[in-house]
Design a protein around this ligand. Structure first.
Ligand code: AHG
Ligand code: MN
Ligand code: MN
Length: 341
């Protein structure tokens, strides 16, 4: 299978057809997972329709609220959060949800049935970029509930990446793409606005062997540990490091990861003097993105251990992340072990 290129005249494959064609690979033969991914795709279309006219639909700017992260809540954060919730609260497919924008777990309203899946999401990733027309995204992770029945619990949400059922993101960029994995490879769908459907455009995405980029906010260089500072200089070609890596940093994790997934590279948001656990959230940023990148042949680490092996203990806990080509991420672990003890 050629790496994510579609032959001209190839058959039209929607998300549903893609999953049905490969139903045998899916642990859930009932199609519930297919429908859940479809619900997320519809939410993505609705959010996309708002991001493309954010400047017109009174969706720019802040709400004046501060979320559990201590960050200014953007209007589009709220819209995206509400859309993800409303597309999923009544379907009977979920036992519970968790969102970056809600302090606690989000129960399924009592009037609706509960189901066997758990949905954790970052409704709008890259909020600081909304008002300046730079790509943003939505990130999701799907687990199977651990509790037997009744309303889902925090325990159902606090699961390691090794237990994940499906993960993915929607990136609202020059085009809107949905990229997902259920553990059988990574597949990309591009939204055709003329028909409002996501069509398979990037089957079986694999990280290129030869990376092109490294992505980090070097404005924080002084706050980084000795090991991370030395690692960064290695990425720039010192100490026998690679020659020719370019620095690309957008400030929306989804957009930075998507570019590196297609072109190869490493994205890292390390711990720093002000944020001892880094900034990114384990459950709905690091785990889904880390699992997906590993499905494409890469590796996700917190600098010392695989992200997908970390047992979450809190809904919004943060973690340092180093995600991308395995050799680049393992080199980060090497520098941290050697210089940070
Ligand atoms: P969110 O908008 O969901 O809070 O996520 C923003 C995150 C992530 O998308 C990005 O990589 C990082 O914040 C950028 O942080 P800095 O501006 O500190 O580099
Ligand atoms: Mn985010
Ligand atoms: Mn967010």
């Amino acid at each position: 299978m050629k790496n994510h290129t579609i032959e001209p005249g190839a058959r039209i494959v929607t998300i549903e057809r893609h999953i049905l064609d490969r139903q045998r690979d899916f642990p859930d033969a009932s199609g519930t997972l297919t429908q859940l991914l479809y619900d997320i795709a519809i939410a993505g279309k609705l959010i996309a329709s708002h991001t493309t006219r954010a400047g017109l639909a009174d969706i720019l700017g802040q709400t004046g609220a501060i979320n559990v992260q201590g960050e200014e809540v953007q209007k589009l954060d709220v819209y995206a959060h509400r859309t993800m919730f409303q597309l999923n609260d009544h379907t009977g497919r979920l036992a519970v949800m968790g969102s970056e924008e809600e302090d606690d777990i989000i129960p399924i309203p009592a009037k609706y049935p509960t189901g066997k899946y758990v949905l954790l999401f970052d409704p709008l990733d890259g909020s600081s970029n909304i008002d300046v027309n730079v790509s943003v995204g939505t990130i999701f992770a799907i687990f199977r509930r651990k509790t037997e029945s009744g309303p889902g619990t925090l325990e159902d949400c606090l699961q390691p990446g090794s237990a994940i059922v499906a993960a993915g993101y929607i990136v609202y960029g020059a085009s809107t793409m949905l990229v997902y994995t259920t553990g059988q490879g990574v597949h990309g769908f591009t939204l055709d606005p003329s028909i409002g459907e996501f069509l398979l455009s990037h089957p079986n995405i694999r990280l290129p062997q030869t990376p092109k980029y490294f992505s980090a906010n070097q404005g924080y260089h002084k706050r980084w540990s000795n090991g991370v500072q030395r690692y960064t200089r290695w990425l720039q070609g010192e100490d026998g490091g690679p020659s020719g890596l370019s620095l690309r940093y957008i400030g929306s994790m989804v957009a930075d990861i998507h570019r590196n997934l297609l072109r190869g590279g490493v994205f890292y948001y390390p711990a720093d003097a002000k944020a001892p656990n880094g900034k990114l959230r384990l459950l709905y940023e690091a785990i889904p993105i880390g699992f997906l990148i590993e499905q494409a042949g890469g590796y996700a680490s917190d600098g010392r251990q695989p992200i997908c092996q970390i047992q979450p203990t809190e809904l919004h806990q943060r973690t340092p992340v180093f995600i991308g080509n395995r050799d680049l991420v393992e080199k980060a672990e090497e520098y941290i072990a050697k210089y940070d003890g």
